[in-house]
Ligand binder design. Sequence first.
Ligand code: G3P
Ligand code: CA
Length: 263
Amino acid sequence: MTEPLVFAHRGSSYDLPEHTLAAYLRALDEGADGVECDVRLTRDGHLVCVHDRRLDRTSNGHGLVSARTLAELEALDFGSWHPGGVPADGDEVLDDSRTRLLTLDRLLGAVRDAGRPVRVLIETKHPSRYGGDVERRLVALLRRHGLAEPVPDTPVQVTVMSFSPLAVRRVRELAPALPTVLLLDVVPRWLPPGRLPFGARIAGPGIELVRARPRLLSALRAAGNQVYVWTVNEPAELDLVLAAGVDGIITDRPGRALARLGR
Ligand code: G3P
Ligand code: CA
């Protein structure tokens, strides 16, 4: 059986504040095959790595991410809410990699600088609200990094993910060679049987859905899809998806998953 790829969900986000550069560098140090990142647009059109629509949970700011400019967001603290974002006894003074907003541009630069093959899963958040702007800006940024038309043996490989079939279709139209994941938190009516719509090559069911629908993984794979499951943090969850032979797992604790895989 092929071993699954291990992706760090929002970076090594159990140990360090999610979506910070420090969380991603930790994941790369731990040996993750790839990283997962949610992206949103700022008011002035920059793609930033933030999960929630609002700033309140993961920063000292308030209100909508989309209502702020990049400069305004860069003035906020995105790390101190998390135990890993504040110095512990004996720590050196922390640099700002645990607290500063991360742009997708900077994350792609850091991944390229890793000097080894790394996969990047980019999830576009709330495409219906942005009316396609997030996908257009994402593909333009990937083109600037030379990542929208992947060539074989390129060290950095990007895959775009969304819960929205519409977003998957937009990415497919803008950059047909980019692999896409259709994320699933419910079983859509067209399953089974089925290849995914709009050229998505990979299905991304959540672990709760996998537990609730025991035949889902085999149905997806039998229809010829690859499968990446999120968010697989507990050993029993890992055993469940390994037994099903999935292609990728997305986890907050890549170091622990890799250890369990003997890597
Ligand atoms: O990797 C997919 C997963 O991240 C989707 O859920 O809410 O963590 O973005 P969420
Ligand atoms: Ca996500």
